[in-house]
Design a protein around this ligand. Sequence first.
Ligand code: 3HC
Ligand code: NAI
Length: 719
Amino acid sequence: MATIAPPARTAPAVTWGIADGIATVVLDLKSQPVNVISRAVKDEFLACFAALAGDPSVKAVAFFSGKAENFIAGADIEEFLTLSSAAEAERLSADGQDMLDRLARFPKPIAVGIHGACLGGGFEFALACHYRVATDHPKTQIGLPEVQLGILPAAGGCQRLPRLVGARAALDMILNGKTERAAKAFRVGMVDELVPPAILADITLAAAKRMASGWRPKRKRPGGFLGFLLDGNPLGRRLVYRSARKQVLERTGGHYPAPLAALDAVEYGLRHGIQEGLKREAQLFGQLAVTDVSRKLVQIFFATNQLKKDPGVANAPPPVRVERLGIIGSGFMGSGIAGTAVAQAEVDVRMKDADLARVGQGILAARAILDDRLKRRRITKFEYARLVALLSGGDTYAGFGRAELTIEAVFEELGVKQQVLREVEAALPSNGVFASNTSTIPITRIAEAAHSPERVIGMHFFSPVAKMPLVEVIPGARTEPQTVSTAVAFGRRMGKTVIVVKDSPGFWVNRILAPYPNEVGHLLAEGASIEDIDSMAVRFGFPVGPVTLLDEVGLDVAVKVAAVMQEAYGDHIVPAPGAGVAALVKAGRLGRKSGRGFYLYKGGKKRGVDDSVYGLLGVHPNGGPRPAEILQRLVLGIVNEAARALGEGVAHSARDGDIGAIFGFGFPPFRGGPLRYADDLGAERMVSDLERLAERHGVRFAPSEVLQEHARQGTKFYG
Ligand code: 3HC
Ligand code: NAI
C-alpha cells in the first residue's frame, strides 16, 4: 500500500502533503467522531485549495478522510439549528456550492478515495471531484439522505448527480433520501472504481497520477438505451418528472415539501443549466431549512443519536456481549427476531419450538429476511451463505447453554411464558439473560417463575421485526442494571432504536396508542363511516387510519389487547357500547390475515370496506361527527394518554416518548411526536379542547393532570 505523504503543513482539520507531483489532502476533525463540513472546514478547504492551485509542483490531488470508518457525514447539521431566516440558510447553501464549484473547476484534477459513510454534503464533495474510488466494505454507504431532514441536497447534489447518472437514477436517490452500498453506487455510476480497503490509497493515488498526465475517465451514457429514451431528451425527462411527482405525493401525502422541492431543483437545473440550477437549489434550501417540518426532522435526528448512547439505566456495568442468541417460539415474531438478529448483529441463533416442523418453518421465515436482503443486493451471495449458516434450531434446549441472551416469543399466555422460563433457566449459562417479547403481560409477573429474576427483562419488538425500527426494553421490579444494558446494547446491534420503559400495562407504545383504535367503536356508534375515520387520520399524517390498523394487527389480537388496556385504564380507555370488534371476530373476520375484517382483502391487497360490517356491529353510517371532531378525538386521545403515562414515568423523558410514538406506530414525524405536538398547540388549548370533549363524550377525555399542570404553569414538555 502506498504511504500517504506526511502532512507538511498542519491545520486543525484539513492537512496535506506533496510527493511526486501529487498533493494528498486529508480531512480529519480530530475532536469529532465523524467528519462534517462546517463553515470553519469550508474556510480551511478554500485556503488549502488556493495554496495547491498556486503551487507549480502540484499536478493533481488525491483526497482522503483521516477517519478509519467514515468519509464525510455531510454538512454540519448543528449549523442548521442556528439558522434564523431563509435568506441566511440560502447563503449557507450558496457558500457551500461556491466552495464545491471551485473544486469542480480546480485547474488540477482531483481523485477522491472513499471509505465509510459518504453522505449528503460529503457525497456532494465527492461529486465535485473528478474521479471517485470507493471501497467495497459494507461500511461504505453513499447517498443523499437530505430529504429525511426536510431539506434537499444543496451543495450541487441536485445538479451534479443527474448529470452523472441520469435524471431517473438521481431522482430515485434524492427523492427517497437513499443511501447505497458502494457496489450499487458503482453499478449506477456514482463512483468510478470499487476496490478493497487495503488498496484504496494506492488506486486513488494512481488515478490522480494518470489524470496528472492528461488521462480523463470516459463514462458511458447512464442507463443504456432506456436511459437515452428517458433521460437523454426533454420529452423523456418530462415523463420521468411526472411519474416522480406522482410517487412523491402518494408517499408523503403532501406533508413533506422537501422531495418536491428537490424535484424542482433537478428539473430546473437540467432545463436552464447548472449555474441557474444551483441558484434554485440554494433558494429552495433556504425556504426548507427554516420550515417547521425540517426543524422537527432534525430534532428527531439528534434525539435518535442521543438514544444510541443512552444505556437506559444509571450506573450500569458494561453490557454482556451477545455472540449466541436463543429464541423460544419460532412463530411470526420469533422468526422475525431471529432473521433480523442474524442479518444485523451476525450472531449465532438457536431456535426452539414445540416440534421440529414448526422450527423448520421458523428457520425458513427467518431465512426469508436474508433472502430479501440478497434480492435487494444489500448483502453479497458470500455474506448470505455465511449468515444462513448462523441459523439453527431444534425441539429441545440443546445449544442454549451458550446463549448469552434468550428471547421468548411463545403464545401470549402467562402460564406458557412462565413454563418456558422455568425450562430454559436450567439450560442457560449462569449470566444468561432471559427476555420476553410479551406485548401485554407484566415482566415482573413473568419473572415470578424465575430463579434469577434479576436476569429477566422485556424486549418488546414490533411487527414486522425486520422493518420496524423500535424496541421497548422493560426492566421488571428485580431486573439488575447489567441485564438492562445488555438488552439495550443488543437491541441496538439489531439496528433498532431502543427506549427503556416502565413495566406497566401496554408499556409505552401500546398504551398511548390504545385510545386511537378504541375511539373507532365510539365514532362508528355515532354514525361515522369507516372510510371517513381512516381518511381523517391519514390526512393528519398517520401511516394508516385506526380501522386499517385494527385489520393489520388482527381483530382477535386487538380484542385481547383492548381487554387488557380497558381493565388497566378503565377511565380513559372506555369501550364503546354495543357488540364491538368481538362480533366481527365471532363472524370469522380476523382482519387482513383472514382476508376480511372491516375491509376485504384479495391477493394481499385491500379492496375496500365490507358494508356488511355495519350490520354486524349494529351501527349505521349517517354522517356522524364533523371530520374535524373525528380527527380531534383520535389525536387528543393519544396526546392525553402520552402526557399521563409520561407523568407516571412510563417513558423516561418526552424525547423517549416521542421517539417511541414515531418509530413504534408512526405518529407523524413532521409533527415531532405527541408531546411536541402538545407543546406546539399549547397545554392550555389542549386542556380546554379535552374538557369540551369530556363534557360531550365522557370521562375518557378528561385532561390528564400533567397537561393541566402545564396549562396552569404555562410550561412545556420540552424546556
Ligand atoms: N452533522 C452534525 N453532526 C453529525 C452529522 C452531521 N451531518 N453526522 C453525524 N453527526 C454526529 C452525531 O450527531 C453524533 O454526535 P454525538 O456523538 O455528539 O451524539 C456523532 O456525529 C456520531 O454519529 P452517530 O452516532 O450517528 O455515528 P454512527 O457511526 O452510528 O453513524 C453516520 C454515522 C452514518 C454518518 C450517521 O451519523 C448519519 O447518518 N449522519 C447523518 C448523515 C446525513 O444526514 N447527512 C446529510 C447532512 S445534510 C447535508 O449534507 C446538506 C447538504 O446537502 C448541504
Ligand atoms: P405465533 O403464534 O406466530 O408464534 C408463537 C410460537 O410459539 C408458535 O410457533 C408456537 O408453536 C410456539 N410455542 C408455543 N408454546 C411454546 C412452548 N412452550 N415452547 C416452545 N414454543 C412454543 O405468535 P406471535 O405473533 O409470534 O407472538 C409471539 C409473542 O410475541 C406473543 O407474546 C405476542 O404477544 C408477542 N408479540 C406479537 C406481536 C405481533 O404483532 N404478532 C408484536 C409484538 C409482540
